[in-house]
Design a protein around this ligand. Structure first.
Ligand code: ADP
Length: 193
């Protein structure tokens, strides 16, 4: 199994790259943001609870997010590997994921950290709002709050994996294909070891 974490601030291109990586490496894509948005569309209790946090640019509580992720993984016993996009976003989420994988004698192969500056993020997300219809993309204060939450709660996750030499920084600027080539370069180096 190849289990990858696509890491980086909101708007760093994780979702776009995940779709391409899934195809190349035959992985199952799990985006917790997409899962929450489909719960919201279905107006489930979980969706309504998540929406209150997402609209403010805050994180959905760990127990809700971890439970949802576990269910999604259990729904794919056939998977040859997973690509986690937007998860883990906190240290408790990372610890829960590590335990879950270890229980089935699996582990994270690599954490690919897309590096993009705050100013570039604000510009990209305001632009994305024009087509995404996402209310959390339409307001600069909410975007800056999401970036702040990333620095405070999510950036430590990269350090958690750096301690075991699994974190790889990738320049997140340039064309989609250029960034994809950089990611593939990092992944193939890890897989060759
Ligand atoms: P982006 O990467 O552009 O922020 P996502 O779709 O990954 O977009 O996330 C949108 C929102 O969904 C986040 O701001 C947060 O409120 C919620 N969310 C997604 N993943 C998680 C997670 N792992 N833990 C807590 N909240 C999450």
């Amino acid at each position: 199994m190849i289990n990858l974490i696509l890491f980086g601030p909101p708007g760093s291109g994780k979702g776009t790259q995940a779709v391409k990586l899934v195809e190349k490496y035959n992985l199952v894509h799990i985006s917790t943001g997409d899962l929450f948005r489909s719960q919201i569309a279905e107006k489930t209790d979980m969706g309504m609870k998540a929406k209150a946090f997402m609209d403010k640019g805050e994180l959905v509580p760990d127990e809700v997010t971890i439970g949802m992720l576990k269910n999604k993984m259990l729904a794919h016993p056939e998977a040859e590997g997973f690509i986690f996009d937007g998860f883990p976003r906190t240290i408790p989420q990372a610890e829960a994921l590590d335990i879950m994988l270890a229980d089935s004698k699996e582990e994270i192969a690599a954490v690919l950290e897309l590096e993009v500056s705050e100013e570039e993020i604000v510009e990209r997300l305001l632009n994305r709002a024009k087509t995404s219809g996402r209310s959390d993309d339409a307001n600069e204060d909410i975007i800056r709050n999401r970036f702040q939450v990333y620095l405070e709660k999510t950036a430590p996750v990269a350090k958690h994996y750096a301690k075991v030499d699994k974190a790889h920084k990738v320049n997140g600027l340039g064309s989609i294909d250029d960034i994809f080539e950089r990611l593939v370069g990092s992944i193939d180096t890890v897989l060759a070891c």
